[in-house]
Design a binder for this molecule. Structure first.
Ligand code: NAD
Length: 266
């Protein structure tokens, strides 16, 4: 078994990662940063996102696990005092995993530059500097609406509890193979009109945002900002790849949502 550990550089995470490495080596498990079968992130959800992007070229070979060193996260199931249990679970249940959909992002350019391709675990957003973004939203190549506003967010089911939720998107159970388009401050009045509510599309559909000519678009892919001139369109669909999680604790998803956003109420 080969394992890589990714931490967020914070003192506590570095200490936990070091302890985890010792426990893995005690069990004769190899540490291999280049061709791991398991990638363990130590930190928060942002660290798991970083680990995903570090190993996105090996998604079919890799299973992810998250140890949280702060508040309970959505991608981080294990607490930093449960490392022994985590290593035992890894050895016993190495074949067990759950897989969730991720987002395929294709950025097209006006000047003939070859389109660029990315994968997102949470979401991708398109914004335009400080000016109104104007773009035609096409669903499976049919014009749906002309959007005017701050921008658009397209999220995965596991990302639906992240930025998507902050812009009024629905929380989607991660077992559902879908992506969600949510508006960021759309302009709606007598002249300009958008649907005004998030939409969820399925496996055989795609969303394309055809952008007006401008050189100040910013496309976010999780934490990564793509700043490029001459962007003509961004196309989103459910990726053919998936993310696999190992030793995933099947905490009732809705309990996790309740714990994170509602709490006990009193
Ligand atoms: P970060 O680590 O500071 O994360 C920001 C917060 O988002 C953290 O509390 C984290 O736990 C939470 N988060 C991340 N993924 C989540 C998920 N799938 N479900 C529920 N909560 C989640 O920032 P970062 O490292 O730059 O992470 C980038 C992510 O943070 C982005 O993908 C975006 O979804 C999220 N974010 C959200 C907002 C917002 O809600 N207004 C703003 C910025 C970033």
């Amino acid at each position: 078994m080969k394992v890589a550990i990714v931490n967020n550089g914070e003192e506590n995470s570095v200490r936990v990662a070091k302890r985890l490495m010792e426990l893995l080596l005690d069990e004769k498990i190899k540490i291999d940063e280049n061709t791991p079968e398991f990638v363990i992130s130590v930190g928060g959800d942002g660290t798991l996102l970083k680990a995903f992007h570090n190993y996105q070229h090996r998604l079919s070979e890799v299973k992810f696990l998250g140890v949280h060193t702060g508040h309970l996260g959505f991608y981080t199931d294990w607490r930093d005092f449960e490392l022994e249990e985590l290593v035992a679970s890894l050895k016993e249940n190495r074949a067990n995993s759950v897989s969730y959909p991720i987002l395929d992002v294709q950025i097209g350019f006006r000047d003939g530059t070859k389109s660029k391709h990315y994968l997102a675990l949470n979401e991708s957003t398109i914004r335009r500097g400080s000016r109104t973004l104007v773009g035609d939203v096409l669903i499976s190549d049919e014009l749906f609406e002309r959007f005017r506003g701050d921008g658009l967010s397209i999220s995965t089911p596991t990302g639906s509890t992240a930025y998507n939720k902050s812009v009024g998107g629905a929380v989607i159970h991660p077992s559902i193979k879908a992506i969600q388009l949510a508006e960021i401050a759309s302009l709606n009045n007598r002249v300009f009109r958008t649907l005004g509510s998030p939409i969820v599309i399925g496996q055989n559909e795609w969303v394309k945002v055809a952008l007006q000519e401008s050189d100040d678009y910013a496309v976010m892919i999780d934490q990564l900002e793509i700043k490029a001139e001459n962007i003509s369109s961004v196309c989103y669909r459910i990726a053919s790849e998936e993310i696999h999680f190992a030793s995933y604790r099947h905490t009732h998803f809705w309990n996790r949502v309740k714990d994170a956003f509602i709490g006990d109420g009193e």
